[in-house]
Design a protein around this ligand. Sequence first.
Ligand code: URA
Length: 211
Amino acid sequence: MARQQLTVVNHPLVQHKLTLMRMEETPSAEFRRLLRELSMLLAYEVTRDLPLRMVDIKTPVTATKSPVIDGKKITLVSILRAGNGILDGMLELIPSARVGHIGIYRDPATLTPVEYYFKMPPDIAQRDVIVVDPMLATGNSAAAAIARIKGLKPTSIKFVCLIASPEGVDLLREEHPDVPIFTASVDEKLNDHGYIVPGLGDAGDRIYGTK
Ligand code: URA
């Protein structure tokens, strides 16, 4: 099986914005703004290998051939609810993308994933899918979401997060070695409550101010 690619996007702008997001005093409005900006930068990286085709155009000066993105539209899949924070930024850069949502929560006692919502565009087969969730913690939710999406037979799946734990990366590597991971950081570890250390806390709470 193909060895999984792990891309840590270490561009200075990405790292600077991530540091601001980690700080506990960063308010929700600022956190959301930074997440939107960071998501656009991650979208830039994750779409780097999109195929291009040449089209004939006319500039005000002359006729020429110029590249446009080829193939079917991308489908972005947000793992609710925190995934929606990344989705907003990515949609600004890829406005024609289709969007799916999958609702999975972690059972607080077992940390295992429970699905409560699944809505995908009807034509997801033969499309490239990008699954988004800010925090790859245990990896259980991401692995379960990817398994569900694989059932719909998309052409390819990539996974994008802001912060990954080594445990989450290992789990995805084990269960979905064919799915490349893009992240701004692989942090130190998970704590006993399944939070990433140092991390940034609960991404959903920080996006929506629910704590
Ligand atoms: N989910 C979060 O939002 N934060 C973590 O640190 C782990 C899971």
